[in-house]
Design a protein around this ligand. Sequence first.
Ligand code: FAD
Ligand code: DHB
Length: 392
Amino acid sequence: MRTQVGIVGAGPAGLLLGRLLWLQGIESIVIETRSREYVESRVRAGVLEQGTVDILNEAGVGERMRRQGLVHHGIELSFRGRRHRVNMHELTGGRAITVYGQTEVVKDLIGARLDAGAEIFFEVDDVSVHGFDGESPKIRFRWAGEEREITCDFIAGCDGSHGVCRESIPEGALTVYERTYPFGWLGVLAESKPPSEELIYCHHERGFALFSMRSPQITRLYVQCDPHEEISTWPDDRIWGELETRLDAGGDLALKEGPIIQKGVTPMRSFVVEPMQYGRMFLAGDAAHIVPPTGAKGLNLAAADVRSLSRAFGDYYRAGKTEMLERYSQICLRRVWRAEHFSWWMTSLLHRFPDATPFQRRIQLAELEYVANSRAAATALAENYVGLPFTE
Ligand code: FAD
Ligand code: DHB
């Protein structure tokens, strides 16, 4: 098989890249190790920045998001038993976020790709990438029991944090920057009405909790836990009990219990590789960088990467220009590091660190008070949360 861009991974990065290329008349083939059902039901992120919403709308895949997405103008911070609203809309000159699940973004992108007659090979095995230091890269894999090979001009490594693309770049060519946190998030999806119309981020002496949602009937909840926590040690009663305790916000909010329909533990990590490219291979999304989920940046960074990459490929195929492809990493990494800092900061502000001294805990509270009471500090949170504008 031959194509222009071979895309490894059908997560948000690979699928959105495929769509943005298709709109420019650039051919691609997407390969994915998991089944369509699996990628469409993998519960992960839920907050879309304004810029991500704009990209999805411009890509012609925003119709259901416009109907079903929940536009939020603020978030709440809860600490010391009180809630404080950060009015993001007012602080950012009218910007907002949209709550719309990653599962739905993925379904919309797969639907659009298949409607357009473009290819995705699901359930592939033994993926390997070759020749990307030369002119004619190749992707090899097995599909339906047969060996296959794609010859392409470029490989887009959109295969997430445990994929093969980054690992195939020669040792020494990449520098890794990394930090792991001594906690994880236990995330659940429950059939119950969210306790508030907006998201609530809770700092509590027992640990962080987050009250989010997927719809007015489905709530998405997270509690800070041990990163290696056995899910079996968290029966539903324990989860609801911890959520109730950590919501502790003045008694005006009722947490409604309901059937828990999904549970999982996510360890937390900050990770960046530099550069995000090698020869004719370009990494995008989680393949190149991971953020702890506290600032809701993972999916949004993936969208920003492929926006730049699709423009760079556009320049190349339309006008033979390589300048933007050469600068791809440089363009992405500015935004990546801004989001890395913001996610680290939100994580540090809101979680209980097992080794924190009483002094460090007071410093955390002092910073929360500052964000809650200073327009300048709240503006810094708001403009990062809604997402900074794209610069190029
Ligand atoms: P992925 O979504 O990981 O997609 C990569 C795809 O490549 C996958 O479909 C994978 O199956 C496929 N793949 C892997 N290896 C191969 C291979 N060898 N060949 C072919 N295909 C391959 N972000 C938030 O903002 N908020 C959250 O609450 C949140 N929760 C998360 C929970 C978990 C468990 C994880 C892992 C991430 C979470 N994130 C969250 C981050 C966010 O979901 C990611 O940043 C986002 O999915 C990145 O998209 P991606 O396309 O780069 O990577
Ligand atoms: C969600 C996830 C996040 O990481 C976050 O900061 C806010 C919301 C969510 O899944 O709804």
